[in-house]
Design a protein around this ligand. Structure first.
Ligand SMILES: Cc1cc2nc3c(=O)[nH]c(=O)nc-3n(C[C@H](O)[C@H](O)[C@H](O)COP(=O)(O)OP(=O)(O)OC[C@H]3O[C@@H](n4cnc5c(N)ncnc54)[C@H](O)[C@@H]3O)c2cc1C
Ligand SMILES: Cc1cc2nc3c(=O)[nH]c(=O)nc-3n(C[C@H](O)[C@H](O)[C@H](O)COP(=O)(O)O)c2cc1C
Length: 458
């Protein structure tokens, strides 16, 4: 072999040897990193640690889990991040609070790496393993597939069946839908105690106008609640359906130049000519106006521009058929139900039972005229109002449900869907407990899976 050829061959061999060495070192480094991460996970969790666990095939869920952890850490929370393949299902009991970000493949299957975890889930029978713990699930998927968010839904049911309580309802993300991700961030902000966390991706708003604002509860013991009417941009707006949400971009700064959005249930139909909202004015412990509600109820003036984007909220759309509906709300939760009742009226679906709770009949019977009219024209077959402070004993919508257990069962037996809108704290849990007692846990879970128990709670 000639000398140049020999040199060329030696170079190739040397390069190959270097590549092998590099690959070997990289594998060792990765192994060491993995072992360190596993060691950290195996160590006892600090009592207050919140677990963010993910199952990802191509890295999207992993990236969102990292962003989730970052948002929570910004609020000073102690967070552990782990892939589901690094955790033993039984070890979940070490955590009091857990967030899961998981994708779905195949026929509702988990990503490959989480197959072992999913197997463990099957081995653990329903029980109280996670009693006292709280959880939430961000389910990634694509509605083009038959088993949309299948693994996320399955994990959500399993956690609940193990006795854990949802921090908030399952958030399903269709093909990376940024609006669903903003909804998840809204809840992260509440968990982190930070209402100023910037959106991961800011929405593109339409320019609406504040046409009218009416105080609905003068003299109330609660915060002022306003009915707002917004008119659409001249060039038209995105259509919406009863149950959808308005995302608002408050044109205010707080503590810097942050522009976090706020969500409000839409209380009107497109046929009404605009979007109506019921907004409760919120104040912080220092008396400062809430970022969004302060903007809408105090700072923005009639005629001012309101940055708004409609978010479809399929989970809270009215049933397509004329099945009976039990509609339960407290406070501003009436907003979402108001739009649903209008839609049912327009469709001629009249088997509607409204259960609404507030503080005092004298000041807080808001939208009372609408309700009386709907009662009179037969849109509402039945109405129960519950004013918590009008008697010595506090009374809430969940108490009304329990008192009317027989009627609730009869309506559900007749195919009714139950829709709940309003406070996550207190009301949603209380109503859930009451429904479990009235119908049984399994039947309520069946109703949920059949889309006959739906909630829009915040
Ligand atoms: C799906 C959905 C639908 C909703 N529908 C409605 C509706 O129809 N009507 C309605 O009125 N609301 C609704 N909300 C709630 C609404 O989105 C806002 O959360 C609410 O208006 C308060 O927002 P804010 O910006 O005014 O207050 P924020 O500025 O977010 O403050 C809210 C509260 O957090 C506390 N807080 C403020 N700053 C801090 C801080 N730095 N650290 C810790 N705590 C702080 C204060 O106690 C304050 O009262 C809905 C929410 C969701 C998710
Ligand atoms: C081959 C393939 C199969 C999929 N199957 C489903 C499915 O059955 N149900 C579903 O909701 N999404 C399905 N998806 C969508 C993924 O769950 C979604 O893209 C997710 O965001 C991926 O996140 P990841 O990168 O973290 O795995 C599938 C995607 C691919 C590429």
């Amino acid at each position: 072999m000639s000398q140049p050829r020999l040199i060329a061959a030696a170079c190739v061999v040397l390069t190959w040897a270097l590549l092998c060495l590099w690959a070997w070192r990289r594998a060792r480094l990765q192994q060491a990193q993995h072992a360190r991460a596993q060691q950290a996970l195996d160590a006892p969790a600090p009592a207050d640690a919140l677990l963010v666990a993910y199952a990802s095939q191509t890295g999207y869920a992993e990236a969102l889990a990292a962003q989730t952890a970052q948002s929570l850490r910004a609020g000073g929370l102690t967070v552990r991040v782990a892939a589901l393949d690094q955790i033993d299902a039984a070890r979940l009991a070490d955590y009091r609070r857990m967030l899961f970000v998981v994708s779905t493949y195949g026929e509702g299957d988990p990503p490959d790496a989480a197959a072992a975890f999913a197997g463990q889930m099957q081995q653990i029978p329903a029980g109280a393993m996670l009693a006292g713990a709280q959880y939430a699930v961000l389910a990634l998927g694509d509605s083009e597939y038959a088993h949309f968010c299948g693994f996320g839904r399955h994990l959500d049911h399993w956690l609940h069946a193990q006795g854990a309580a949802p921090l908030f309802d399952l958030v399903e993300v269709d093909n990376g839908d940024p609006a669903a991700l903003r909804h998840w961030q809204h809840h992260l902000g509440l968990l982190a105690g930070r209402s100023d966390l910037p959106d991961w991706e800011a929405p593109v708003y339409e320019s609406w106008r504040l046409a009218d604002r009416t105080l609905l509860n003068p003299g109330s013991q609660g915060g002022p609640c306003h009915l707002l009417t917004l008119t659409p941009p001249a060039e038209g707006s995105r259509p919406w359906q009863a149950g959808d949400i308005a995302e608002i971009g408050p044109r205010r700064e707080r503590g810097g130049a942050l522009q976090a959005h706020r969500e409000y249930s839409i209380a009107s139909l497109p046929e009404d000519g605009g979007i109506q909202l019921l907004v409760r004015q919120m104040r912080g412990p220092d008396g400062a106006l809430g970022l969004g509600s302060g903007w809408l109820t105090h700072i923005a003036q009639p005629g001012d521009e309101i940055a708004l984007r409609v978010r479809a909220n399929r989970n809270f759309h009215a049933p397509a058929d004329d099945r009976p509906m039990i509609l339960v709300a407290n406070g501003t939760g009436l907003a979402g139900l108001r739009a649903l009742i209008k839609a049912r009226r327009a469709a001629g679906h009249r088997r509607n039972w409204l259960i609404f709770g507030e503080r005092n009949a004298a000041c807080d019977g808001f939208c009372g005229e609408d309700i009386a009219r709907w009662r009179q024209d037969g849109t509402l077959e039945r109405v129960d109002t519950v004013f918590s402070r009008d008697q010595a004993e506090r009374r809430y919508v969940q108490d009304c449900l329990r008192e009317q257990a027989h009627a609730v069962r009869a309506w559900v037996d007749a195919g009714a869907a139950v829709y709940v809108c309003g406070s996550l704290q207190g009301m949603a849990g209380g109503v859930d407990d009451a429904l479990q007692d009235i119908l049984g846990a399994q039947r309520l879970q069946d109703l949920q899976q059949a889309g006959r128990y739906r909630r829009d709670v915040y």
